[in-house]
Design a protein around this ligand. Structure first.
Ligand SMILES: Cc1cc2nc3c(=O)[nH]c(=O)nc-3n(C[C@H](O)[C@H](O)[C@H](O)COP(=O)(O)O)c2cc1C
Length: 207
């Protein structure tokens, strides 16, 4: 039997992304987020306008989307409840957020220069996507939320994730994203069924 409920959040499970952006003084900010979905060569990011990340994105119009693997969960969790915004916006302060200008150090992660954008990549993340901001869509409610459409300009991938013998295909059996579901961390389970859709995106040799 189904029951009608009023959940506080609707986080049904999405991959965690570490977004790196450039601050006004050229230093880097790094923020965990998980309201992200992908279509074609674009990504839509759902973020609070109270975050330093959104302020930086609107000004610089570029970022890196770093995808941590599930075994990087400690580093991701260390970044929780910290913001690069100073002063800390009042609603965030009430939630327990603190200002932290050195997020890479806090998380024990290593910045690496990007090719096309000023923001650094996260060396430890197996997937690093350099991106530029294309459009911003305000949410109706709550009004501080924004949907930010970014276009992926360059994809950096740890070669260990590639299908053997292929240059441009990530093997989903080798990629282990970190998933946030109802604010808790998960990895993926095993593949549950062969996918008919997967044939469309498979390497030509497999067709
Ligand atoms: C795993 C995880 C996922 C999160 N997902 C989101 C999200 O999807 N959107 C969002 O606005 N904040 C999300 N947050 C909270 C942000 O990290 C928070 O807004 C923070 O202030 C961002 O850092 P910044 O202010 O330095 O940009 C998430 C936090 C964690 C730890």
């Amino acid at each position: 039997m189904h029951v009608v409920i009023e959940p506080k959040i609707l986080y049904f499970g999405t991959p965690v992304v570490l977004i790196s952006t450039c601050n006004e003084d050229g230093s880097a900010n790094l923020a965990p987020m998980s309201s992200a979905w992908w279509l074609g060569q674009s990504c839509m990011l759902g973020m609070s306008g109270r975050s330093k990340t959104v302020q930086n994105l609107l000004r610089e119009r570029e970022c890196v989307l770093n995808l941590p693997s599930s075994d990087m969960v400690d580093a991701v969790d260390r970044l929780a409840l910290y913001t690069g915004a100073n002063p800390v916006p009042e609603p965030k302060r009430r939630q327990g957020y603190q200002y932290e200008p050195r997020k890479f150090e806090l998380a024990g992660l290593t910045p690496a220069p990007s090719d096309l954008v000023k923001a650094p990549r996260v060396t430890e993340c197996p997937v690093q996507l350099e991106a530029r901001l294309v459009q911003v869509h305000p949410f109706h409610e709550p009004s501080h939320l924004t949907a930010l459409e970014v276009a992926i300009m360059r994809v950096h991938v740890d070669e260990k994730l590639l299908i053997a013998g292929e240059k441009h295909y990530i093997d989903p059996d080798k990629w282990s994203p970190l998933i946030m579901s109802f604010c808790e961390f998960y990895g993926l389970g095993r593949k549950v069924h062969p996918s008919r859709l997967a044939t469309i995106f498979a390497p030509a040799t497999a067709n």
